[in-house]
Write a protein that binds this ligand. Structure first.
Ligand code: NAD
Ligand code: UDP
Length: 312
């Protein structure tokens, strides 16, 4: 039985990861400060004697003995990471330093939940791991993008200087049950708006694209990455390469919810990437991983979740 620390474990992805790791007979310690996470995401897991919950902020040092660390602590939705940009940078950078320092001391393997945002508003399409990105270092998104880029730098330096066993996964837009209804990301916004009969808020002309990955696929990818040979450290793209415009997403949500909500258009936020699609050849080759759940199927499952959540 492995003992595994998941930072950000009470969040959307973290709670699914904790659950899957417990189901695979590991002992799991979930660390979270509940900034964007919620106890309701993991409350069911508290019945399991191999699950432990700790309120802690990753910007502060933390000491524990574990075999593996998944470092997910960081707000991921633009409205939340822009709420306190300084704190977002601290969470990414100091959080990485604290988790890497811990991993070095206890000789644990540590995985960084990095992001497609390291590519910024990409000029290369689809995005391959070799692409260095196109990020505005002083823009609205910089606290998140540059924080995550610096975290990758720290991971590489701890690996090369101190032989820390690391893994870097670059996660592309992921959606599914347990996204917060007020999370502000596009899939949860559109579904909640459609179910409530409110206007669907399209930012810009809606022709910008994203490639959406269902949470279960993504969690399998993260665990495969952690379990690959130590010589493979990444970075590796983890996402679904099927690309949609935001208008196409809105139309799918309207159809699947049978909603009569109207679309309204507002200003596109600054630096909003115009196109995004992962090249996942590396993940396919090394991890033998590719997503199985396509957008319609994943949306149906997510809509079911939000129907129950909203009616409570
Ligand atoms: P989320 O906001 O639901 O989860 C983040 C969790 O981290 C929350 O539980 C939050 O309370 C916790 N947290 C934030 N700051 C913290 C701090 N200082 N100390 C301790 N805990 C803290 O977001 P998510 O979608 O589950 O994202 C999880 C991770 O995956 C993040 O690192 C994010 O950058 C990365 N990621 C997610 C996506 C996606 O589409 N979901 C895409 C790329 C990268
Ligand atoms: N978006 C939108 N309406 C919303 C929320 C988001 O049109 O209510 C757009 C947003 O401008 C972006 C895309 O949807 O172009 C994805 O936004 P999200 O915040 O989910 O993720 P990110 O921009 O970080 O990829």
């Amino acid at each position: 039985m492995k003992k595994i620390l998941v930072t950000g474990g009470a969040g959307f992805l973290g709670s699914h990861l904790c659950e899957k790791l417990l189901n695979e007979n590991n002992e799991v310690v979930c660390l979270d400060n509940y900034f964007t996470g919620d106890k309701s995401n993991i409350v069911r897991l508290l019945k399991n004697p191999y699950f432990e919950l700790i309120r802690h902020d990753v910007t502060m040092p933390f000491f524990i003995e574990v075999d593996e660390i998944y470092n997910l602590a960081c707000p991921a939705s633009p409205i939340h990471y822009q709420y306190n940009g300084i704190k977002t940078v601290k969470t990414s950078v100091m959080g990485a330093i604290n988790m890497l320092g811990l991993a070095k001391r206890i000789k644990a393997k540590v995985l960084q939940a990095s992001t497609s945002e390291v590519y910024g508003d990409p000029e290369v399409h689809p995005q391959k791991e070799e692409y260095w990105g196109h990020v505005n270092p002083i823009g609205l998104r910089a606290c998140y993008d540059e924080g995550k880029r610096c975290a990758e730098t720290l991971f590489m330096n701890y690996h090369h200087q101190n032989n820390v066993k690391i893994k870097i996964g670059r996660i592309f837009n992921t959606y599914g049950p347990r996204m917060h209804p007020c999370d502000g990301r596009v899939v949860s916004n559109f579904i909640v708006q459609a179910l409530k009969g409110e206007k669907i808020t399209i930012y810009g002309d809606g022709k910008q694209t994203r490639s959406f990955s269902y949470v279960d696929d993504l969690i399998v990818g993260l665990i495969k990455l952690m379990n690959t040979n130590d010589s493979f450290i990444g970075p590796v793209n983890l996402g679904n390469p099927n690309e949609f415009t935001i208008i196409e997403l809105a139309e799918k949500v309207l159809k699947l919810t049978k909603s009569k909500s109207k679309l309204i258009f507002s200003k596109l936020p600054d630096d909003d990437p115009m196109q995004r699609k992962p090249d996942i050849s590396l993940a396919k080759k090394v991890l033998k991983w590719e997503p199985k759940i396509q957008l319609d199927e994943g949306l149906v499952k997510t809509i079911e979740y939000f129907k129950k959540k909203i009616s409570k």
